[in-house]
Design a protein around this ligand. Structure first.
Ligand code: NAI
Length: 328
C-alpha cells in the first residue's frame, strides 16, 4: 500500500475550504488510489469551525483519508507537507488601498512561505488560491529560498475553465472538444484568455468563432469579471468552482496534461514571451511526471500582445510594490 500524501489546506474553515476538503479526501486531488493526510491550517478564530468540518470529514468514512490534523501554527501545519493549498487570505475591504492589501497579505504569506521552507517535505508543491494570488505566491516563494522556485504556483485554472465554458456555449461545442486554451498574466481583471491557439474539435477556435468584436467586448470581459457576476447572482463568492479549479490545477500538475492539450498555471516566469523573469504569471503549460513546462513557439499576434503586456505590467507593479514594502 502507498504511503499517504500530506496535504495542507490553509483557510480550511472558509467557503472554498468547505468545498475543497471533501474532494481531496475522496481522491479527486491526487487520484483514486492515493491515501491522504489532511492538515487544516486556520487562524485561532477559525479553529472551531475547522473542527466541525473535520467531524463531517470523519462522517464520510472516506477510505483514502488516513488522518486529519487541525492547527493555527504554520510550522505544524506544513510539517512534512507534500502539497500545500494556500487558500486563506486577507480580502480587500472598503477603503483599502492596494498597498494595504499587499502588506496585509504579506503578513500571511511571508510567514507561511518560511514555514514551508523550514518544515515541508522535499517534494512540496504549492498552489496559492488566496488573492492577490500571483503576488501572494511571489511573497511565499521569496520567503522559502531552500525550496525550488518553480514549486510555487498561483491559480488561474478557474479562469481557464470559465473561458472553456464560455467558448463552448458560444460555439455549441462540447467542453471536451476544446483544447489549448490559454490564460495569460495575472488572476485579476487584466487577465487575458487567449483563443488564438485554442482548438475546437481540431479546428482553430478563433477561426471557428470568426468574431473579433465578440472576443474583445463579450468573451474577454465575461471571463475576467465572472467572479463579480457570481457574487452578484449568488450573494456569495464562487467557492465550489474555485475549489474545483484548485483540484484540477494540482491533479494536472501531478498527473500530467493529455496529449495534444495544455493548461494554464500561474508560474515563475523564465522570461518566455517577453514576461520578465521571476514574476508569477499565467502561461500555457504542459505537465508530465509532476513537472511543468511552458509551451514554446506560439505566435503572438498584436491583439494578444497588447493584452498580455497590460496584465504583465500590472504584475510587475505588484512586484515592485511588495519589494518596496520589504516583502520580497
Ligand atoms: P473565506 O473568507 O470564506 O475563507 C477564508 C478563510 O481563511 C477563513 O476561514 C479565515 O479564517 C482563513 N484565514 C485567514 N487568514 C489565515 C491565515 N493566516 N492562515 C490560515 N487561515 C487563514 O474566503 P473564500 O471564499 O474561501 O476565499 C479564499 C480566498 O480565495 C480569497 O482570497 C479569494 O479572493 C480567493 N479566491 C481565488 C480564486 C482564484 O481563482 N485564484 C477564486 C475564488 C476565490
Amino acid at each position: 500500500t502507498r504511503t499517504p500524501v500530506n496535504v495542507t489546506v490553509t483557510g480550511a474553515a472558509g467557503q472554498i475550504g468547505y468545498a475543497l476538503l471533501f474532494r481531496i479526501a475522496s481522491g479527486h486531488l491526487l487520484g483514486p488510489d492515493v491515501p491522504v493526510n489532511l492538515r487544516l491550517l486556520e487562524i485561532p478564530q477559525g479553529l472551531k469551525a475547522a473542527e466541525g468540518t473535520a467531524m463531517e470529514l470523519d462522517d464520510c468514512a472516506f477510505p483514502l483519508l488516513r488522518g486529519i490534523e487541525i492547527t493555527d501554527d504554520p510550522n505544524v501545519g506544513f510539517a512534512g507537507a507534500n502539497v500545500a493549498l494556500l487558500v486563506g487570505a486577507r480580502p480587500r475591504t472598503k477603503g483599502m488601498e492596494r498597498g494595504d492589501l499587499l502588506s496585509a497579505n504579506g503578513g500571511i504569506f511571508k510567514p507561511q512561505g518560511k514555514a514551508i521552507n523550514d518544515n515541508a517535505a522535499d517534494d512540496i508543491k504549492v498552489l496559492v488560491v488566496g488573492n492577490p494570488a500571483n503576488t501572494n505566491a511571489l511573497i511565499a516563494q521569496a520567503a522559502a529560498p531552500d525550496v525550488p522556485a518553480e514549486r510555487f504556483t498561483a491559480m488561474t485554472r478557474l479562469d481557464h475553465n470559465r473561458a472553456i465554458s464560455q467558448l463552448a456555449a458560444k460555439t455549441g461545442a462540447a467542453v471536451s472538444d476544446i483544447k489549448k486554451l490559454t490564460i495569460w498574466g495575472n488572476h485579476s481583471a487584466t487577465q487575458y484568455p487567449d483563443i488564438f491557439h485554442a482548438e475546437i474539435a481540431g479546428k482553430n477556435a478563433a477561426e471557428v468563432v470568426a468574431d473579433e468584436a465578440w472576443l474583445a467586448d463579450t468573451f474577454i470581459p465575461t471571463v475576467a469579471k465572472r467572479g463579480a457576476a457570481i457574487i452578484e447572482a449568488r450573494g456569495a463568492s464562487s467557492a465550489a468552482s474555485a475549489a474545483n479549479a484548485a483540484i484540477d490545477h494540482v491533479h494536472t500538475w501531478v498527473n500530467g496534461t493529455a496529449e495534444g492539450d495544455w493548461t494554464s498555471m500561474g508560474i515563475p516566469s523564465d522570461g518566455s514571451y517577453g514576461v520578465p523573469e521571476g514574476i508569477i504569471s499565467s502561461f500555457p503549460v504542459t505537465t508530465k511526471d509532476g513537472k511543468y513546462e511552458i509551451v514554446q513557439g506560439l505566435d503572438i499576434n498584436e491583439f494578444s500582445r497588447a493584452r498580455i503586456d497590460a496584465s504583465v505590467k500590472e504584475l510587475t507593479e505588484e512586484r515592485d510594490a511588495v519589494r518596496e514594502l520589504g516583502l520580497i
